[in-house]
Design a protein around this ligand. Structure first.
Ligand code: NDP
Length: 240
């Protein structure tokens, strides 16, 4: 029987590419979203992939949503914690609200997404936890103290989960994308985008499908010994 994969924020951007790649590998896929009903409906029409709406920042909503997915599709063996937001501001202007919104969605959201599926993975002796972190969690970024803190936190989460899950057949890994050509990045003024691209040795933005292919590999049986790792997919942007 096909395994079931859950992709949070799976109806748009990088998440949509991940949902499609996992579907193409033959998994049952459930894609979640926060509020953009139109994008989710279009995504389901285009792909046939079921979408579910809940706020990853809310534990009870996440748990109830996950129970619904498991009842309707099947036990979740692969979880991709992809949903994320930015609320950028230089630190001296960053408000407690901007701090908490990003922490609640990007960091607590990972706990809320993985915690409800973890017991089932332990029982079935198989699981794949894949967290979409960011290059900015590895190197920090101006005006992203909140975002960089969450994305660095993701790396601590997967390294710890890897140690707890290894004997139960569960792996936990992170992917750190560099700049990827999603709506968010394509919406920045062309001049700013050009300056971003000039700092990427590859000379281009990444494509969502390039991240999706990393996820598909980490989701597979073949990746069993890769556990607690971070895959950087950033066009050769090295940093100390
Ligand atoms: P998008 O803004 O294109 O999509 C974000 C997705 O997450 C949407 O489906 C959105 O739902 C969902 N989402 C946001 N907040 C919540 C929430 N509280 N509860 C549930 N779902 C939520 O993002 P990207 O595709 O650009 O980014 C995806 C991930 O990749 C993020 O974690 C981001 O930090 C990371 N990343 C992105 C990079 C890039 O260059 N784009 C680079 C490095 C990392 P809805 O459609 O309803 O709004």
């Amino acid at each position: 029987m096909a395994r079931t994969a859950l992709v949070t924020g799976g109806s748009r951007g990088i998440g949509a590419a991940i949902s499609k790649a996992l579907r193409a590998e033959g998994y049952n896929v459930a894609a979640t979203y926060a509020g953009n009903d139109e994008a989710a409906a279009n995504f389901t029409d285009e792909t046939g992939i079921a979408t579910y709406k809940w706020n990853v920042a809310d534990y009870d909503e996440s748990k109830a949503g996950i129970e619904k997915v498991e009842a309707e599709i099947g036990p979740i063996d692969i979880v991709v914690a992809n949903a994320g937001i930015t609320k950028d501001a230089p630190f001296h202007k960053m408000t407690p609200e901007q701090w908490h919104q990003v922490i609640d969605t990007n960091l607590t959201g990972v706990f809320n997404t993985v915690h409800p599926v973890w017991p089932g993975m332990r029982e079935r002796k198989f699981g794949r936890v894949i967290v979409i972190s960011s290059i900015n969690g590895q190197k920090g970024q101006f005006a992203q103290v909140n975002y960089a803190a969450t994305k660095a936190g993701d790396l601590g989460i997967v390294k710890s989960l890897a140690q707890e899950g290894a004997r139960a057949g569960i792996t936990a890994n992170a992917i750190c994308p560099g700049y990827i050509a999603t709506e968010m990045v394509m919406a920045v003024p062309e001049k700013v985008r050009d300056s971003i691209i000039s700092q990427i040795p590859a000379g281009r933005l990444g494509e969502p499908e390039e991240i999706a292919r990393c996820v598909a590999f980490l989701a597979s049986e073949d990746s069993q010994f890769i556990n607690g790792s971070t895959i950087s997919a950033n066009g050769a942007q090295f940093f100390a």
